[in-house]
Design a protein around this ligand. Structure first.
Ligand SMILES: [Zn+2]
Ligand SMILES: [Zn+2]
Length: 174
């Protein structure tokens, strides 16, 4: 899979101080790692809107795009999908070492939009991706999904495990 690279050459926009610009461009998102699972953005090229403005000392950016991810539910592994609106901001001042005012996505007058969009997407997603909020997950004993099963009917006899049988024997001998 090819790495997503979408960079904006800020110098070539040749914005004057106080000037702003809006760019609309599809940005290809690399697969998103979340809770040890990989989730794909659908479609993987999101329609990104970038607002940038030039100040006397640098740039301010705002990035927005709708995001839909699809992948396995973290509890039951069934297909799950989620939609969020990503809205992220960055500032990049020139000639400062202050980390608050420098952007990790700007260097040498280039904005790494692909990497920023990827990180912003991860920040916008919840830490858990579930098929539904109250997903019951998988049975810890047999691995069957408990979403469709009636919990009253889905029970395992403890005695079917020989270790449990041994334990109850010990109790009887007491
Ligand atoms: Zn689920
Ligand atoms: Zn079970």
């Amino acid at each position: 899979m090819s790495e997503a690279t979408t960079t904006i050459d800020l110098g070539r926009l040749s914005l004057a101080h106080g000037e702003g610009r809006r760019l609309e461009a599809p940005v290809r998102l690399a697969p998103l790692e979340l809770g040890g699972q990989t989730y794909a953005a659908i479609p993987d090229a999101v329609p990104a809107r970038l607002d940038l403005s030039r100040h006397s000392s640098g740039y301010a950016f705002r990035l927005r795009f709708p995001l839909r991810v699809e992948g396995p539910c973290m509890r039951c592994l069934e297909a799950a999908a989620l939609e969020v609106e990503v809205d992220a901001r960055e500032v990049a001042q020139e000639g400062t070492d202050d980390e608050e005012l420098t952007s990790p996505y700007v260097s040498d007058d280039e904005l790494d939009l692909g990497r920023w969009a990827h990180d912003a997407a991860i920040l916008a997603l919840p830490t858990q991706l579930l098929c539904r909020e109250d997903c019951a997950g998988l049975c810890p004993i047999c691995g069957e999904s408990l979403n469709d099963a009636d919990p009253e009917n889905h029970k395992h006899k403890q005695a079917s495990d020989p270790r449990w049988a041994k334990l109850s024997e010990l109790k009887l001998e007491e």
